[in-house]
Design a protein around this ligand. Structure first.
Ligand SMILES: Cc1cc2nc3c(=O)[nH]c(=O)nc-3n(C[C@H](O)[C@H](O)[C@H](O)COP(=O)(O)OP(=O)(O)OC[C@H]3O[C@@H](n4cnc5c(N)ncnc54)[C@H](O)[C@@H]3O)c2cc1C
Length: 402
């Protein structure tokens, strides 16, 4: 038969099975990547990903696409560095076009404490082999000439941590690429299947209740982003996670002017320009817990004013679109993943405002845990019981808002 396409890039439909070796709840990046690596690295293919809406409909398809490895603690630098490396060859690995572009990320300091913070970040990164350098104000102006170095006359830029590998990548393509590649290896991805309950027998997880009936499972992974506590509540597990909305907006397309990704620690804002020319702006989480994904005018007003302070040319651009997603925030701004107190039930969560860049590393490490029962050393620091053991991984300063 004439083969018109090199490989399948769309998502197949399968009849829903009655049981699988592994059931993954949530068709976001983390769930789909775990499914892919289970099949690819460990030969575990009797796997179903259950997504109640469409794949990538959660944070994975709503984020601002920033990839970076410039964190602060040894545990997180190593973890995000692994993810960054996997992202670098992901398009080739999955045979999927992802528009990855290294832009260089500037993290501006407008105050003495932030100068100390960004200097420390650069030194700590260098120690672990991550390319971050501290730039003084004239060097910042050279790297990003579009920047108003006075920030609207309000908070002059005094320096910045510069992370040249900082990149963007098309977020939907990450979800679709993993899903299509996992399906080619035998994994099933079911959209429109909502998990409504978890079934435990003799202290161990045996399957999930869904809107399409019960599905048996050897192991169950919850990878539902901001909804994680709804899932863990089903079995009485209490997680130190609160869910906050996070908003962003894009302007209409503009000529290519901004090569860098520019974040300001003091203004709580970051700006980049996408491949189609839109200026993309993100900021801090909404200051209240909610499952609402409605965007708000106060966010737009405050955030666009801060963006214009940094880039005055943006004042003449019109807003094209704004949106909101949910963030599963942890007290230390680090992920929460691994085994739970229920046998054969695992959680990938605590991805907050920072989890898109973590998808490949989290996926491959979670697949290793599910396949072998061993917690990989890169994952161990992020265990669910770390707060009880007084082993927080404090990343608030460098997790930032993206
Ligand atoms: C505006 C915004 C900007 C961001 N910017 C960045 C950034 O620049 N860089 C970065 O690294 N991170 C960023 N993030 C964070 C990042 O998007 C998330 O951490 C990441 O996408 C989480 O992926 P996930 O797979 O865990 O969850 P999700 O992508 O949210 O996927 C979870 C899925 O589970 C499904 N689900 C929920 N409940 C059920 C159920 N009961 N049954 C079946 N399915 C269910 C949902 O429908 C959803 O599709 C941003 C987030 C937002 C909102």
């Amino acid at each position: 038969m004439l083969k018109l396409f090199r490989r399948e890039t769309h998502i197949q439909s399968h009849p829903l099975g009655t049981s699988y070796d592994v059931v993954i709840i949530g068709g976001g990046g983390h769930g789909l990547a775990t499914a892919y690596y289970l099949a690819k690295e460990f030969g575990v293919t009797n796997v179903a990903v259950l997504e109640r809406s469409y794949i990538g409909s959660g944070g994975t398809g709503r984020n601002t696409t920033v990839l970076r490895a410039n964190y602060k603690t040894p545990e997180t630098i190593r973890f995000y560095q692994k993810s960054f490396e996997l992202y670098a060859s992901l398009a080739q690995e999955l045979d999927y076009h992802m528009l990855r572009a290294e832009r260089g990320l500037l993290w501006l300091a407008h105050s003495e404490p932030q100068i100390r913070n960004q200097r420390e970040r650069a030194l700590q990164n260098q120690h672990f082999g991550v390319n971050t350098v501290f730039l003084d104000a004239p060097q910042v102006a050279e790297v990003c000439p579009q920047l108003d170095m006075t920030a609207g006359g309000k908070r002059p830029v005094l320096g910045a941590a510069y992370h040249p590998p900082g990149a963007i990548i098309r977020h939907d393509a990450v979800a679709w690429g993993y899903a299509a590649a996992a399906q080619r290896l035998g994994v099933q991805v079911h959209q429109g299947v909502a998990v409504t309950g978890l079934r435990i027998e003799s202290g161990r997880m045996v399957g999930v209740e869904t809107n399409r009936g019960f599905i048996g499972a050897g192991k169950v992974l919850s990878a539902v982003g901001g909804y994680v506590t709804q899932i863990t509540d089903m079995v009485g597990i209490s997680l130190p996670i609160v869910t906050h909305p996070l908003q962003a907006f894009v302007t209409e397309a503009y000529k290519p002017v901004l090569d860098r990704i520019v974040a300001s620690a003091d203004l709580h804002i970051y700006v980049s320009q996408g491949a189609r020319g839109e200026l993309l702006v993100g900021a801090e989480i909404d200051p209240f817990t909610s499952y609402s994904t409605r965007s708000t005018f106060p966010f737009l007003a405050s955030c666009s004013a801060r963006a214009i302070d940094l880039f005055p040319f943006m004042a003449k651009l019109r807003i094209l679109r704004q949106w909101s997603g949910l963030c599963d925030m942890t007290p230390d701004y680090s992920p929460l993943m691994g085994v739970t107190e229920v046998d054969r039930f695992y959680v990938s969560s605590g991805w907050g405002t920072w989890g898109f860049k973590a998808i490949p590393a989290s996926g491959i490490l979670m697949a290793e845990l599910l396949a072998t029962g061993q917690v990989p050393s890169l994952m161990a620091p992020f265990a669910l019981d770390r707060f009880r053991r007084d082993r927080a991984v404090p990343e608030r300063a460098s997790a930032g808002t993206h």
